[in-house]
Ligand binder design. Structure first.
Ligand code: AMP
Length: 402
């Protein structure tokens, strides 16, 4: 499949080529034709699947085709709402990239910063608005934003909106939208409350489910280190001595864990920062920016905080802890190996975490190669027999059954 076959217009094809995309991702292949036909869409998909382009490209194309010669101020015709400032900025950057030859104007608004720059752009008129819910409602109340001309509405990361307590704000926004519009709804999971919400927004939607693409993990070189919990810190510091690790995103299960690992690394002279839900938005954005521009070598994150982090050319992902939900493993390692770049994913597994490995192996239908030789081999084999059904071989390393 090629982008040409999706009937995209030349200004968009040119922009997509400039991004280096050679073929559409599965969600793009399935969603773009449906959206170009004007249908509503319910997408069960995570960040990392290419879903932003899957909605941004058809919106840009349809708006471009309907564009009239300038008559008065531009009205907002497409609204995208997303839970966090990081995601909002990334979506806005995608509109900049894919829409650069369309002449359409967009902007992004989010809370935690002064509204003045945002309102002065809004006053000049835009076609597309990307927003977080709180700031949007605020600016609607102050009459800087009028939703009467909306033709396209995208609700992004709906389940996360629910998690973060934004659902009432979202419902308020929906009430302000014109009834006649095309609506798109994205969520990584579809709990009942989310399905109910979707039913109030969408009309005869086409469903597109993109289960995390296991195939993408083939691009990523995966390795497993069996190590006792107290030795994980030393193993991490040891591995980071390798200068070929230019950037590493490290995952921990808890916020406290993320802080601790980042402090340990700093003490060892490795530039690191932690990013999680207890940090302020500006602290998170700073940490992310420093990581993106390579001032910080290591970013330690929890799964929730990391959702939506999109770092180009991230070379290494390190699972400091094995996730207990197997899909999370795929989401985590999928942060590297993006857009054809080779990636490396290292995972540290202690005795208690072996049970999680079995589920991961089932999901990815293969075992992760074990690094036998490292300075901190596992001594604690307490849970090995029950979890793996194998006796440890020389107490060093052994893989659980797949
Ligand atoms: P998203 O799921 O929208 O956050 O996109 C994840 C990443 O995939 C971003 O870095 C995009 O630039 C990249 N991407 C999106 N579409 C494609 C494509 N067709 N080919 C290669 N990379 C893509």
């Amino acid at each position: 499949m090629t982008f040409e076959k999706l009937n995209l217009i030349e200004p968009i094809l040119r922009a997509v080529k400039a991004e280096g995309y050679t073929e559409p991702t599965p969600i793009q292949e399935r969603a773009i034709p449906v959206l170009l036909e004007g249908k509503d869409l319910m997408g069960c998909a995570q960040t990392g699947t290419g879903k932003t382009a899957a909605f941004a490209i058809p919106i840009l194309q349809l708006l471009f085709e309907k564009q009239l010669p300038a008559a008065g101020k531009r009205q907002i015709k497409a609204l995208i709402i997303t839970p966090t400032r990081e995601l909002a900025i990334q979506i806005s950057e995608s509109f900049t990239a894919y829409g650069k030859h369309t002449g359409l104007k967009h902007t992004v608004i989010y809370g935690g910063v002064s509204q003045n720059t945002q309102t002065s752009i809004l006053k000049n008129g835009i076609d597309i608005l990307v927003a977080t819910p709180g700031r949007l409602l605020d600016l609607i109340d102050q009459q800087f934003v009028n939703l009467q001309s909306i033709q396209f509405f995208v609700l992004d990361e709906a389940d996360r909106m629910l998690d973060m307590g934004f659902i009432h704000d979202v419902k308020k926004i929906i009430k302000k939208l014109p009834v006649k519009r095309q609506s798109l709804f994205f969520s990584a999971t579809m709990p009942p409350e989310i399905q109910k919400l979707a039913a109030t927004i969408l009309v005869r939607p086409v469903n597109v489910d993109i289960v995390p693409v296991v195939a993408t993990t083939n691009l990523i070189k995966q390795s497993l280190y069996f190590v006792d919990k107290p030795d994980k810190k030393s193993l991490l510091i040891h591995l980071l001595k390798d200068k070929s690790i230019k950037t590493a995103l490290i995952f921990t299960r808890t916020k406290h864990g993320a802080d601790r690992v980042s402090k340990d690394l700093m003490k060892a002279g490795i530039k690191a920062a932690a990013i999680h839900g207890n940090k302020s938005q500006s602290a998170r954005q700073n940490a992310l920016n420093n990581f993106k521009n390579k001032q910080t070598r290591v970013l330690v994150a929890t799964d929730i905080a990391s959702r939506g982090i999109d770092v180009e050319q991230l070379s290494h992902v390190i699972n400091y802890e094995i996730p207990n939900i197997p899909e999370t493993y795929i989401h985590r390692i999928g942060r590297t190996g993006r857009a054809g770049v080779d990636g490396v994913a290292l995972s540290f597994c202690d005795a208690e975490e072996k049970k999680y490995l079995r589920d991961i192996y089932k999901l990815i239908s293969k075992q992760i190669p074990v690094v036998e030789e490292h300075p901190f081999p596992m001594k604690d084999c307490s849970s090995s027999n029950t979890q793996t059904g194998k006796r440890p071989v020389n107490g060093k390393s052994f893989g659980p059954k797949g």
